[in-house]
Design a protein around this ligand. Structure first.
Ligand SMILES: NC(=O)c1ccc[n+]([C@@H]2O[C@H](COP(=O)([O-])OP(=O)(O)OC[C@H]3O[C@@H](n4cnc5c(N)ncnc54)[C@H](OP(=O)(O)O)[C@@H]3O)[C@@H](O)[C@H]2O)c1
Length: 283
């Protein structure tokens, strides 16, 4: 593990705590799983694909042989799967301490969720919020409900967009950030802290040709750019780790480097577009 000094200074032990991570088999979610395991948490990988999730579990246990890593199936593109997950996790755990929402899609293959919602918005926003609200009864006032948003939340708007590309992605993250800000304001003392974090930019499988409709040429170009100018998924995951350990209700955490693209995490703020929309909704 890199960044040990940062962990020592900026995080707390999670020994005896349960941390659930959606999309924990890949990219930022996987790196967050490593970080939370290193802090002593029991980790639940909530993933849509059992094979990929079990492979990730093996990799994690190879690095942390004394750790506890469980796998549960969760497809955020299906209300039935989300509801089944909520029931199942309630049977397995009396209490969840950290729920980290990392799963997300960008230019996904396919157009709709099982319930007829546009796919990007359906997974990144509606499905994420549905599972968050579903597991709330398992969390208490000391818990952390962490949402992985994006720098592009400022470019999204709550209006119809065409297709499943950039505009749909920005809209989904805009809605997600608005939800966190609103939910944090309305939080009761018995509920967990609602915290948003964004990872800056990092090269993961998010835009891999296998997963997306992105043109291979642009993907390759995009990845080359990402590798040159941004940080590693391991460092990008530190914003989620900080939120999951020391994050406070209503905070927005992102990398502190130029334009928030890379760097160690710090507390930043919800963008103006998100604040304005929430103010409008609350009038
Ligand atoms: N990479 C960046 O630069 C960046 C920047 C800003 C925000 N983010 C956000 O960071 C989060 C993690 O993305 P990443 O970059 O780590 O990409 P990634 O490696 O592709 O990870 C995305 C994860 O989401 C899972 N997922 C996708 N659709 C799902 C569904 N319907 N149900 C359940 N899980 C689903 C994927 O599962 P499979 O492995 O089975 O596909 C994967 O585990 C996303 O929310 C993304 O929007 C990333």
């Amino acid at each position: 593990m890199k960044y040990q000094a940062w962990y020592q200074k900026h995080t707390t032990s999670l020994a005896g705590r349960v941390a659930v991570i959606t999309g924990g088999n890949s990219g930022i979610g996987f790196e967050a799983a490593r970080g939370l395991l290193s802090l002593g948490a029991e980790v639940v990988l909530a993933c849509r694909n059992a094979t990929r999730a079990l492979a990730a579990r093996e990799r994690l246990l190879a690095e942390f042989p004394m750790g506890t890593v469980r796998v549960m199936l969760l497809d955020l593109a299906s209300n039935a799967s989300i509801d089944a997950f909520v029931i199942e996790i309630g049977k397995r755990y009396e209490k969840i301490d950290v729920f980290l929402h990392s799963a997300g899609v960008y230019y996904p293959r396919g157009a709709e969720t099982a319930d007829g919602l546009p796919l990007t918005e359906g997974v990144n926003y509606h499905g994420t919020v549905r599972v968050a609200e579903g597991v709330l009864p398992l969390m208490d006032g000391a818990g952390k409900m962490v949402f992985t948003s994006s720098l592009v939340d400022r470019f999204g708007r709550d209006r119809a967009v065409r297709g499943e590309g950039y505009a749909a992605y920005a809209k989904s993250k805009h809605l997600l950030s608005c939800y966190v800000l609103q939910r944090a304001a309305a939080r009761t003392e018995k509920e967990p802290a609602f915290i948003a974090a964004h990872p800056g930019i990092t090269a993961t499988d998010l835009l891999s040709p296998e997963k997306t409709t992105h043109k291979p040429f642009f993907s390759r170009l995009g990845h080359a750019f990402l590798y040159l100018f941004t940080h590693s998924p391991e460092k990008a995951a530190l914003t989620d780790i900080l939120a999951a350990t020391k994050g406070r209700n209503g905070e927005f955490i992102g990398p502190r480097g130029l334009f928030g693209i890379s760097g160690y995490p710090h507390k930043t703020h919800f963008c103006r577009a998100v604040r304005k929309r929430v103010q409008k909704l609350e009038k």
